[in-house]
Design a protein around this ligand. Sequence first.
Ligand code: PGA
Length: 260
Amino acid sequence: MRRPLIAANWKMHLGRAEEALALVRRLRPALSALDSVDVAICPPFTVLASLAEVLRNSPIGLGAQTMHWAESGAHTGDVSPAMLAGLCDYAILGHSERRASAGPGASDEAINRKVLAAVEHGLTPIVCVGESAAQREAGETHGFVSRQVAAALQGVDPAAARRIVLAYEPIWAIGSGRAATPAEANRTIGITVRGAVADSLGEGAAELTRILYGGSVDADNITDFMHMPDIDGALVGGASLSPDFADLAKAAAAACDPNR
Ligand code: PGA
């Protein structure tokens, strides 16, 4: 049984305390009332501490959008897992926007080190994988995404499967308004992503690992994604930046099959 997760990825938005707090105060009552899904908000670093305060004693999780793997050190601008543990619950790792911009800090090897460090510090990594439009057209999705998953999970203890979340985010679907079809996302998540988790951690662990879909998810299409048996929730960018995110999360909760 995998409990679905709806995670908001605010990206580089709402990073001033007053705007972040205003939105979270509006979302909090509706999101706190959902009992069939977990919900998490991943804001910019600048407001993590303020939101941690507001969300204390609520079931709403809090996450960072990236982190370094080291405990501390000469890494200007980076934030360590030890700094995040205690402040938040999740860390998005390997988002395609960071893989594209962060150079060696976002290589497969670096992401693997971050995954291991997150687990060690009690943070739940949300590990993003996904192919580009060109890779998809060339028929490379399965091979490429499988390799990303295998690389991210190297050395992970299968017993940690419940505390690892993957997010399949085809790059062509992110911020494009052109989501994958639920059937296509379900197939890639089931066969490619869950298959690669099974190869790395074993079938039992793969059954326990939550795998989200991300890429142009909104309040209108979330229900169809949630009805898919291999899709365990969503990582939501643009549609998480307004009070309407509560409607999206409510629709996701309503669509959850209680027997999944
Ligand atoms: P989007 O972003 O929902 O705006 O497509 C999703 C993501 O990048 O995580």
